[in-house]
Design a protein around this ligand. Structure first.
Ligand code: MRU
Length: 358
């Protein structure tokens, strides 16, 4: 399969009112889909990471609001539904962005038309994210092409962290969009995939989708990137982001900052691929971005496929030892070489200029 043949991460089916997601908690060992029937089910899917990745979280929240409108489209009921969805995860700005955008349209719409409008809005968010993925891909592919030419056609080695692939969006992904398009163009590439403990989005999701798409890739331990960069085995880093502040500070999966520090030390370009829906113009810098802290259990255990074919979780730390599970970190803008957006390649300091508030 090629990148263009990826599966749908979220779909509005039937007459456009049935919401189906690819349930990511079973990957890479099983491919399962799940129908979301209620707003509560949409909120649960975001909270337990059946769907994850900033753009997909936003799309699922918009769909959840539409499911709520089907039951009760009054101002009060929609506000309560939006509050429930908003409380699921704090860091990705796309969640609040999608809810604010949908709520604004809904509150301007007569109650009897709100369900239709809520689904239309969810569909528009899904569609626009797909278009942004495509444009990000084109922009980023040119960077890969330049590196490829400079290397005389030798494979371009790209390091990525977490999953900013098609599983995190509605089409080609953000960090992976340039990779998929370069691969489709026949530009030789190889991707170093950070494992991304504790939830293993790199090993379980990014490597799964790249491998499935025929893109050469290798999973590495989270701490391996620094050595690979020192050895000249990384030509560029591309990550996604959960929120970019107006000054260009980047909030992304925990461990991103350390990769950016290592990249600067070894003079490796550090690129962040983001749709403008991930830029928070109201956040002057990264200091105030809320950092999600998840259950300590996630860092004290590991989950995988056992020899008997069952998925098992085992304890990896000594009994009674506490764990700290900070899910995201902040990479200062000065460590970011370029933001790859659907509006073009921009210097991180200009991030806030891209967002036009209505
Ligand atoms: O905790 P997750 O899996 O939702 O974290 C996802 C990331 O950190 C991604 O890099 C980010 O959302 C960008 S997705 C295009």
């Amino acid at each position: 399969m090629t990148a263009a043949e990826h599966l749908y991460t979220i779909q509005l089916l039937g007459t456009g009112e049935d919401v189906r997601i690819l349930d990511q908690v079973f990957l890479p060992h099983a491919l399962e889909f799940r129908d979301l029937k209620t707003c509560e089910e949409a909120a649960e899917a975001i909270a337990v990471m059946r769907v994850r990745g900033a753009p997909l979280i936003g799309a699922t929240a918009a769909a959840g609001l539409a499911l709520a409108a089907r039951v009760d489209a009054s101002d009060e009921a929609l506000a309560a539904a939006a509050a429930m969805l908003r409380a699921t995860r704090p860091t990705a700005v796309n969640l609040g962005w999608a809810l604010d955008r949908s709520m604004k349209h809904l509150l301007e719409t007569p109650v009897e038309d709100r369900t239709r409008v809520a689904y239309q809005e969810a569909a528009a968010i899904i569609r626009e994210d797909a278009m942004a993925n495509e444009a990000i891909g084109q922009q980023g592919m040119e960077l890969i092409r330049q590196l490829s030419q400079a290397k005389g056609g030798q494979p371009v080695n790209i390091l990525t962290h977490c999953n900013a692939g098609w599983l995190a969006t509605t089409h080609l992904g953000t960090a992976t969009a340039p990779i998929y398009l370069a691969h489709r163009e026949g530009i030789p590439i190889h991707v170093w995939v950070d494992e991304t403990r504790p939830r293993s989005q790199g090993a379980a999701l990014t490597a799964w989708e790249l491998h499935r798409g025929g893109v050469p890739c290798t999973v590495i331990a989270d701490n391996a990137g620094g050595l690979l960069m020192q050895r000249g085995q990384v030509d560029m880093v591309i990550t996604g982001a959960d929120r970019v502040a107006a000054n260009g500070d980047v909030c992304n999966k925990i461990g991103t900052y350390l990769k950016a520090l290592a990249a600067r030390e070894s003079e490796v370009p550090f690129c962040v691929a983001v749709p403008t829906s991930t830029i928070d113009a109201d956040m002057p810098d990264g200091g105030a971005i809320p950092i999600e802290e998840r259950e300590e259990r996630e860092v004290l255990t590991a989950t995988g496929l056992a020899g008997d074919g069952t998925v098992q979780t085992v304890v990896t730390a000594a009994e009674g030892v506490p764990g700290c599970n900070l899910a995201f970190d902040i990479t200062p803008a000065e460590l970011v070489t370029v933001l790859i957006t659907e509006c073009g390649l921009i210097k991180p300091g200009h991030a806030g200029d891209l967002v036009v508030s209505d």
